[in-house]
Design a binder for this molecule. Sequence first.
Ligand SMILES: NC(=O)c1ccc[n+]([C@@H]2O[C@H](COP(=O)([O-])OP(=O)(O)OC[C@H]3O[C@@H](n4cnc5c(N)ncnc54)[C@H](O)[C@@H]3O)[C@@H](O)[C@H]2O)c1
Length: 334
Amino acid sequence: MRIGLAGAGRIGARHAAALCALPEVDSLAIADADAARARDLAARLPSRGRALDTVGELFTAELDGLVVAAATDAHADLVGRAIAARIPVFCEKPLASDLDGTFQTVAAAASTGVPVQVGFQRRFDAGNAAAREALASGRLGWLHTVRSCSFDPSPPPAAYVPSSGGLFRDCVIHDLDLIRFVTGREVVRVMASGANRGDDFFREYGDIDTGSALLVLDDGTLGVVSATRYNAAGYDARLELFGSKDSVVTGLDAKTPATPLPERDAEPRPAYSGFMERFSDAYDAELQAFVDVAAGRRANPCPPEEALEAFYLAEACELSMRQGRIVGTEEVRR
Ligand SMILES: NC(=O)c1ccc[n+]([C@@H]2O[C@H](COP(=O)([O-])OP(=O)(O)OC[C@H]3O[C@@H](n4cnc5c(N)ncnc54)[C@H](O)[C@@H]3O)[C@@H](O)[C@H]2O)c1
């Protein structure tokens, strides 16, 4: 298959390596708004990777699939152009940086039938899939509480922040999608808050570095989502399901960056260095799924309508934080 990649930054480089390792991928055409980045990445890849001079060439290269890993504010345009060229697309989360872009992309995909798979890789994490099954089996009873966290060890480069959409749309959106995916329930109300205690550039760009939200699900389950850019102990992405009969947690293992007290072992503990390490298998699995979707071999595991639902929740969190009040998710739906 001929696959294209738009965006040769942090996650683009990781996806490029994974795509080149797939037997189905014969060639990978890489483009970036900064052409030197595409060239540098292609030079580090096996011979199947080659750089294009311009992003526009992606849409005339007769691709079988396009992976969009560009900055968030470029997603809607790139996905829209791929849909117009009838190229199946994998797009990193979030599908767009605002609700209008998300809505337009969902509509374009629906009206053309071109597959658009969104990069919520946590759905492909073995622990999260097992948690979903455990809940569906009835083994946990009814859920009283679900908690999900996304704690980055260190902040992204300052230049990443203005095009990211902000902490709720950029980061907490993973937790929001995961809670919907695992519980199969919808969120009806949120109450969110944020804090700025780290580098000044978050505040200067109108963003926060730490945020949390209390969620009320449509069956009465309470949820808590939390994210920060400053968890120096390591990368921590845990999902906890507390049920009337039993509880399960994912992401809790020898590399979870939290020290149980009282401390029994003074040896330094290895911790997850970042999302790349924690979700390595999940990233590989979602890209394998994408080439299968693009080849028409499997159903889309994360269609744009799902990304829209998660985006509504991120919007509701943002509004709740800005206005300091409980927001019903119907307020932000269209
Ligand atoms: N699923 C995940 O866990 C995960 C993790 C990290 C990033 N992401 C998402 O991936 C995207 C990229 O994040 P990153 O950390 O790699 O950012 P990055 O800043 O490292 O890289 C972004 C790249 O996109 C390029 N770019 C900007 N506009 C472009 C355009 N119109 N066409 C082509 N290239 C363009 C930039 O030049 C840059 O090289 C973001 O949307 C982010 O939300 C997802």
